[in-house]
Design a binder for this molecule. Structure first.
Ligand SMILES: NC(=O)c1ccc[n+]([C@@H]2O[C@H](COP(=O)([O-])OP(=O)(O)OC[C@H]3O[C@@H](n4cnc5c(N)ncnc54)[C@H](OP(=O)(O)O)[C@@H]3O)[C@@H](O)[C@H]2O)c1
Length: 324
């Protein structure tokens, strides 16, 4: 028997239970992975609270790194002993051991340790598609990223800077502002006490930014639209403060023919070829030292509830891992 975190009803962190689970042999297309580290992500909160409903009871978690223990009869690309990492479904990464569809796993380069691998796959591949696919950021662009000192935020700041962009980032405290600045954020705005729309106007001499990456939603959405230049792109990719208001398309017209998208990583990596391309580019920027993955918190896997409490309380910075 091994252990996993599971929950039987949506709710607060107390619904998360450390349970014994039986993990059988992998099915023909699966690999059994022993996790060395598991990634903590904000989507885990939406799953636990029921904001994104799941059939229950359920495991939780979408990201991990570890070693293949066994493969099913149809698996040709992997073998026992391979170091692998993944982000995405099926849900259930908060586990010591699990079976995964083999075509969702990627080999982890030797230069990347398991903690970094588990921390970077979901947030790092998100940064890749946001900056390289949803809106292809070019040298000279000015971008706005909310929660710039968070997991996705610190990666976006560094990567956008490496692409030649000017990065404006919002953060919840002075300490987080210093951290974001140390990771490529040119201008920080403490949105808990400053008007971020006015600050963006000042910084851009009234022009506005080419793209806003907004994962906060309820508290920031309309302000984010006001930060865009004509023909700018509003990328809503999360809802840490609650859902965004319904968007009247006229709001896009009157601010200058704006574009609006609500992307998720899982669309961008649905095809294995895209998963390999996106993870490959992420591994390249990390191994080249252009992006450093800051694993600023780690918890025992069985203490996942405490990790989630700290994430929601805005106490974490950078990425967080859970250790089996
Ligand atoms: N669509 C996708 O493909 C995709 C993929 C990955 C992540 N995401 C989204 O990206 C966001 C960041 O994810 P992450 O895992 O890297 O988390 P994170 O940024 O490390 O943590 C969330 C941060 O949001 C900020 N925040 C603002 N208002 C908040 C509130 N009311 N409650 C809690 N936090 C609040 C906090 O930073 P401050 O204190 O600085 O405000 C907090 O640290 C999440 O919204 C997540 O859902 C989307």
């Amino acid at each position: 028997m091994s252990h996993a975190i599971r929950f039987h009803a949506p709710g607060g962190p107390e619904v998360l239970r450390w349970e014994e689970v039986a993990v059988g042999d992998p099915a023909p297309n699966e690999a059994r992975v022993r996790h060395h580290a598991v990634g903590l992500n904000y989507i885990d909160i939406y799953h636990r609270t029921g904001a994104y409903p799941l059939p229950l009871p359920s495991g939780i978690g979408l990201e991990g790194a570890g070693v293949v223990e066994a493969v099913g009869s149809a698996v040709t690309e992997l073998k026992a002993g391979d170091r692998v990492a993944y982000a995405g479904g099926p849900i259930g990464a908060y586990a010591e051991v699990r079976n995964m569809p083999a075509d969702r796993l990627v080999k982890l380069p030797d230069a990347i340790d398991f903690k970094t691998g588990a921390a970077m796959m979901l947030q790092g591949m998100t940064a890749q598609y946001l900056l390289r696919r949803t809106c292809r950021v070019e040298p000279g662009d000015t971008i706005l990223i909310h929660a710039a000192a968070g997991g996705v935020g610190l990666i976006v700041c560094q990567w956008a800077k490496a692409l030649g962009a000017t990065v404006i980032g919002t953060v919840g405290s002075d300490e987080k502002a210093a951290l974001a600045k140390a990771h490529g954020c040119d201008h920080t705005i403490i949105y808990t006490r400053e008007n971020f729309v006015e600050r963006v106007k000042d910084i851009t001499s009234g022009k506005g930014v080419r793209v806003v990456y907004d994962s906060i939603a309820k508290d920031t959405f309309m302000g984010s639209l006001d930060c865009l230049r004509p023909l700018g792109m509003m990328v809503l990719f999360g809802a840490a403060s609650g859902p965004a208001p319904l968007l009247d398309s006229g709001e896009l017209a009157k601010r200058g023919s704006l574009f609006f998208t609500r992307p998720t990583l899982f669309t961008y990596i649905a095809q294995r070829s895209d998963l390999l391309a996106i993870s490959g580019e992420l591994f390249d920027v990390v191994t080249a030292g252009k992006v450093k993955i800051e694993v600023n918190q780690s918890y025992a896997l069985k203490d996942a509830a405490q990790a989630q409490i700290d994430l929601v309380a805005r106490k974490t910075t950078g990425s967080t891992v859970l250790l089996p």
